[in-house]
Design a protein around this ligand. Structure first.
Ligand SMILES: O=P(O)(O)OC[C@H]1O[C@](O)(CO)[C@@H](O)[C@@H]1O
Length: 449
């Protein structure tokens, strides 16, 4: 019995049970490919068993490093991009108060975490340096390849800042490197300088790495209970093993998406009703987009934050081009609820809402939007979360990972590579004059003139 509820009632108008029965044999083949590791990209499927395989020693190592960070730092700068940042960011946002970094130290369970290296914006770096001010800080630099440009630039800047503040020797004790176990510029530097290091397993790609030290170290430093997170993921690993979609909601989700795509619903909106879940969608977008978007195919992953975006994207979703479907992540009981204040007059016209809590109103809005969007021709699925805690998040992470793996195989693509990302890097390196790109430099410069 799944811990989260996957509700596909509101796709019945668009996808019949019969169609699901017809796609089941393909799902069964995809499942077999994943299970016997015979599918494309099988060498990057070690995430499948991460929750059950996680070593206590590794968790202890992470907890010890997090304790040291908490004892000598107010701030942890997490440097990384893509899968080397989005998992930690979404999990920290999901698990902590919305204004966590602004709370007083004693109101927070861990250090403040700021992210860097996820853009090449000088203003962002400058603002972050100003924000840190004279606070004590440490750095967790994360890069599987150890060579990605954006984090490498940020690391240079913040390492220099750290060395100026503490001296080279002490700075090295405040740098935590999460990278490949054997190779890469970051690996080599970490070895040489003696940074505390954490390994990203070979068989786990960036976007599937949140349950490795990539996500676990920043999360633990921020005060999260990673044991509960891994427990949730482990339960999910156990719950989504059947090939039969009637017993496996992750596969049902993947199959419905595939059928909808064939019918012209080529964009999916992951919607939430909690601002703390905005980055859940950002993480999910990489997971889905990098896994499926190949060979000129794949569902375009997008997101919406409700009710905020009902006042911006709402018009399009209701009446624009009919190629959208929606998956809503809905929290069933909020971390905190509050009553709508009672007034002696009804000047604001809200008297009819008195006696309701804010979350009850949010939930009615969610229900109303589902009805309106379905009536407007937008197929809707909902994933209900019982709580907003570590266990639930671990469970949800694995649900999406398992779903996208099957989905990739249903699209007949390799869900575990990302060859298309290289194109921008080649053009950027050529324009920056990186050695080895001389021919391309001429070609691109001629095009820019
Ligand atoms: O961890 P790395 O090697 O710095 O890569 C960061 C991100 O860059 C990509 O390789 C391409 O965007 C992602 O798959 C990855 O998550």
């Amino acid at each position: 019995m799944a811990y989260i509820t996957f509700d596909s009632e509101n796709v019945n108008k668009f996808v019949s049970e019969n169609e699901l029965d017809e796609i089941q044999p393909l799902v069964t083949v995809a499942d077999q490919q994943l299970k016997d590791r015979s599918g494309a990209g099988f060498e990057f499927t070690d995430w499948l068993t991460l929750p059950a395989d996680v070593h206590q020693n590794e968790l202890t190592h992470i907890k010890q490093a997090a304790e040291k960070i908490q004892s000598d730092s107010d701030v942890l700068i997490v440097i990384g991009i893509g899968g080397s940042y989005l998992g930690a960011k979404m999990a920290i946002d999901f698990l902590n108060p919305v204004f966590n970094n602004e709370l007083a130290n004693q109101q927070r369970s861990g250090v403040k975490v700021y992210f860097a290296g996820n853009s090449i914006s000088s203003a962002y770096i400058n603002d972050l340096i100003r924000t840190i001010g004279d606070q004590d800080f440490s750095i967790n630099v994360i890069s599987k390849s150890g060579t990605t440009t954006e984090p490498a630039i940020a690391f240079r800047v913040f390492k220099e800042l750290l060395e100026k503040k503490y001296g080279k020797e002490e700075a090295a004790k405040r740098i935590y490197a999460t990278t490949d176990g054997k190779k890469g510029a970051l690996h080599d530097e970490a070895q040489k300088a003696g940074y505390e290091s954490f390994v990203i397993p070979d068989g786990v790609g960036g976007r599937f790495s949140v349950l490795t030290p990539v996500g676990l170290l920043p999360l633990t430093a921020a005060g999260a209970n990673v044991d509960a997170l891994m427990e949730g993921a482990k339960a999910s690993q156990g719950d989504f093993t059947e090939a039969d979609m009637k017993k496996n909601a992750a596969y049902r989700y993947a199959a419905i998406r595939r059928i909808l795509y064939d019918k012209g619903y080529t964009s999916e909106i992951l919607a939430n009703w909690e601002p703390s879940m905005q980055y859940l969608a950002e993480w999910w977008k990489q997971l889905m987009g990098e896994s499926e978007g190949k060979n000129q195919k794949g569902i375009f992953p997008s997101s919406a934050n409700y009710s905020t975006d009902l006042h911006s994207l709402g018009q399009y979703i209701q009446e624009g081009r009919r190629d959208l479907f929606e998956t809503v992540v809905k929290l069933d009981s909020p971390m905190v609820d509050m009553d709508l204040p009672k007034l002696s007059d009804n000047n604001d016209g809200l008297g009819y809402l008195e006696g309701k809590t804010i979350d009850e109103i949010n939930t009615k809005a969610f229900q109303g939007v589902v009805l309106a969007h379905v009536d407007g021709g937008v197929p809707n699925m909902a994933i209900h979360l019982p709580k907003q805690d570590e266990y639930t998040l671990g469970y949800l992470i694995y649900f999406f990972e398992k779903a996208v793996a099957i989905s990739g195989y249903l699209f007949a693509v390799n869900p575990f590579n990302q060859p298309g990302v290289e194109a921008y890097k080649t053009a950027m390196f050529a324009l920056l004059g990186k050695p080895g790109y001389e021919e391309k430099t001429k070609e691109y410069q001629a095009r820019l003139r």
